[in-house]
Design a protein around this ligand. Sequence first.
Ligand SMILES: [Fe+2]
Ligand SMILES: [Fe+2]
Length: 301
Amino acid sequence: MTETFTLAQLSDPHLTAVSGFAPRYWNSKRFLGYVNWRRTRRTVHRIEIADRLAADARMLRVDHIAVTGDLVNLGLPAEHDAALAWLHSVGPPEHVTVIPGNHDIYSMMRGDRGIARWASYMGGEEETLAFPFVRRAGPLALVGMNSAEETPPFVAAGKLGPDQLQVAGDLLVRLGEEGVIRVVLIHHPPLSGLAPPRRALTDTAHFVRMVERSGAELVLYGHNHVPALHWIDAPNGPIPVVGAASASASRPIGDEPLAQYNVFTFFRHGNRLRIRQTIRGLETPDGPVVRLSERVLDCGG
Ligand SMILES: [Fe+2]
Ligand SMILES: [Fe+2]
């Protein structure tokens, strides 16, 4: 790789205003989610802010944008439609990749196609959409996983399952042999201890074993709305696991900061791959989008 390549990560925009609640989709999970959204989240997550961050990424001319889930709130068909319109506003499918979060696959869909509407942003057709998927972007191979499943009220846990882990492991090995930079996208934090059990990925240990065995250069997640960096100590070198804040937060809430997003710049230093992580976002709700911090991740290999 002689040129640098840039990948932005926007996460958890929780975009849509909830309206037009068709009785067909009403159940206790959505009712409780709606109450919670009305009470707090409605005033936190603002589409205008997600738009400003996306515009900033376009202004920087990043090469590709990954959106790591929770585009909507209650997983309703009207929200999936609105999120598709938003994805179009962020960029065309060739430049944007999305994976689902637990709010996107939230509760019963009664046969609706749900997130399959976003198939072109997941590298495929509605009819053949499957996880994991692989998308090529310059020197990168983005491996999109689905950790979301329908859950009961008060549960936001996720699961990958043995089939998805097996296919992902085989894909990562093959991509590693090609020498591409493998970036795994997953909504839930994929390491144990990063979320309480009712919000956590249930098969983190299997995920870590799979990545240790098969290799990857970077793992990106969302869900917690908190920026974080951890490492998987794999035999071929440490693998950074980066969590992003919400891209639409109009105010801090608990340990969740104002809206932020990541820009990763991939370059070689000698034989080693380095990844510069720049966090951009808001310092004040009405202020400009600025660079908040920067560090270089040394990935070995
Ligand atoms: Fe979220
Ligand atoms: Fe989530």
